[in-house]
Design a protein around this ligand. Structure first.
Ligand code: LER
Ligand code: MN
Length: 269
């Protein structure tokens, strides 16, 4: 398994689960210094993504970009794949295509989390159909770069569509979204799953990426989730992807990054 740490291109905020950023030079340098294997980037918009600069830093520090989040489309522009307005759904798809392309060119994959939206007062089955169809279409698009499309169940306070891994697997299979993989975020799972380790094992064949974070969304070791058993389950199931630190930058950015790096050193060696 490899490790990654998140870098947000928005100013760092304690309420956002991104450890590094917004300065790319500083973020890449600290990630390299602490021995992470890759970087996960969260841009608020396509314009914020300085692709040449990211490519240069990635090469300079030998730090591949594992993943790029698409949530900026929802947070900054109000786009989701399940909006009642077909035009907004189309704009959301176009936004995600651009991120798939940017990530693919950098050798990484795109994440669909917040872009799944919510059914709210609308028809939940219809929302799930729009979402499943989008995962199939966008997953096919990502094949050009030989990358999976990562789909992330969110906890109930962020979405009423897909909260547990098993629901994501059902959606992927029922829509033949053959290139969509599940992103297991251990923070959301702590809220939604009966057992994190058991859920990981049950969906093992579909898991493509992990947000490795503690119960309180602080870095691993700073909360009360049984992350050792989560890791042992992933290992036993042959998971070979990335464990990414998508955690609050607390108590501060550097300490959060150092705590996560120290935890990984003990866990992985
Ligand atoms: C949001 O809560 C989250 O976990 C992100 O990875 C999804 O955009
Ligand atoms: Mn996450």
């Amino acid at each position: 398994m490899k490790t990654a740490i998140t870098l947000s291109l928005l100013p760092s905020r304690p309420s956002m689960p991104f450890v590094l950023g917004p300065d790319l030079d500083e973020g890449f340098a600290l990630a390299a210094e602490l021995g992470f294997d890759a970087i996960e980037i969260f841009p608020p918009s396509m314009d914020a993504l300085d692709r040449p600069k990211i490519a240069k830093l990635s090469q300079q520090h030998s730090l591949p970009v594992s993943t790029i989040g698409t949530g900026g489309g929802a947070v900054s522009q109000g786009l989701t794949l399940t909006d009642a307005d077909a035009d907004i759904r189309k704009q959301a798809t176009a936004y995600i295509r651009n991120i798939i392309e940017a990530a693919g060119d950098l050798g990484g994959s795109a994440i669909i989390g917040s872009m799944q939206g919510r059914a709210g007062a609308g028809d939940r089955d219809e929302s799930l159909k729009w979402l499943g169809d989008a995962l199939a279409e966008l997953g096919d698009y990502a094949k050009q770069w030989n990358q999976p499309l990562l789909f992330e169940p969110l906890n109930r306070y962020e979405s009423d569509l897909v909260n547990r891994l098993e629901q994501a697997v059902t959606l992927i299979e029922s829509h033949q979204a053959t290139n969509a993989k599940v992103l297991a975020d251990l923070f959301h799972m702590n809220i939604e799953e009966v057992s994190i380790a058991q859920a990981l094992t049950e969906s093992a064949q579909h898991i493509g990426h992990v947000h490795f974070v503690d119960s309180n969304r602080w870095p691993a070791g700073c909360g009360h989730s049984d992350l050792k058993s989560a890791y042992e389950a992933l290992k036993a199931d042959g998971f070979q992807g990335v464990l990414a630190v998508e955690a609050f930058p607390l108590p501060d950015q550097r300490a959060a990054a150092e705590n996560a790096a120290q935890y990984f050193q003990k866990l992985l060696n």
